[in-house]
Design a protein around this ligand. Structure first.
Ligand code: SAM
Length: 212
């Protein structure tokens, strides 16, 4: 279902500069409409963020593709995602062969994503907690991707990254953020590249924004 729409979306992503073949293949295979409420399914293959309830969104496909390309997950690598939301980003990472761990702070979104993972037979480890603290038990991670925008880089996430691992995280104020692409050289040495003008929902937690 929706094969032609997925092909068209992949053409849009290519035209916007996404070049990683493995990322583009994952976008062809993962069915975004399965992660959306019924009334939103008809919009699933437009390159836009869409509401998924509780004031949260499934990110714009271009943003998911850009962040995934920046993370560049390899098969069997351990990847931690903060902000499961609909579960779509986690499914893209899993489709690319990564071992995926994902954390969501809202119980309802966590439950709904778990149901979709089960239905699709995706082996993704998920928990409901504050992702700014990471998931110590399974660390270190080869990659960490944060899909909500925080005021600063959570120390725990940097600690739980493996040497040569990469952390992709939007940092800024509540309206606009830069994407920081951070490579861990050693426990006290990090290389950071910054890409401006992204807009995410807020990362709320002990090492994020405070809840109102
Ligand atoms: N990756 C998601 C997807 O594919 O649908 C996009 C999710 S949305 C842009 C960001 C998510 O981060 C929201 O579901 C929000 O509840 C969650 N979030 C915000 N702060 C969090 C935290 N500290 N720990 C875990 N999840 C958090």
């Amino acid at each position: 279902m929706f094969e032609r729409e997925r092909e068209e979306l992949v053409e849009i992503l290519k035209n916007k500069g996404i070049t990683n073949k493995r990322v583009l293949e994952a976008f062809l295979k993962v069915e975004r409409h399965l992660f959306l409420p019924d009334i939103m399914k008809q919009h699933a293959y437009k390159d836009v963020a869409l509401p998924i309830g509780l004031g949260q969104t499934i990110s714009q496909p271009y943003t998911v593709a850009y962040m995934t390309q920046a993370l560049d997950p390899q098969p069997q690598q351990k990847i931690l995602e903060i902000g499961t939301g609909s579960g779509y980003q986690a499914a893209i990472l899993s489709q690319m062969g990564a071992r995926v761990f994902t954390i969501e702070r809202h119980h309802d979104l966590y439950n709904s994503a778990m149901k979709i993972f089960d239905k699709m037979n995706l082996r993704i480890a998920a928990r409901c907690s504050d992702g700014t603290l990471g998931w110590q038990e399974f660390s270190p991670y080869d990659g960490i991707i944060v899909t909500a925008g925080g005021p600063s880089v959570p120390v725990n996430l940097k600690k739980q990254l493996a040497d040569n691992g990469r952390l992709v995280i939007p940092i800024g104020d509540k309206k606009i953020q830069s994407l920081q692409i951070i490579t861990k050289i050693s426990s006290d040495e990090f290389l950071t590249r910054e890409v401006p003008y992204f807009a995410f929902v807020p990362l709320i937690g002990r090492e994020g924004w405070k809840e109102k």
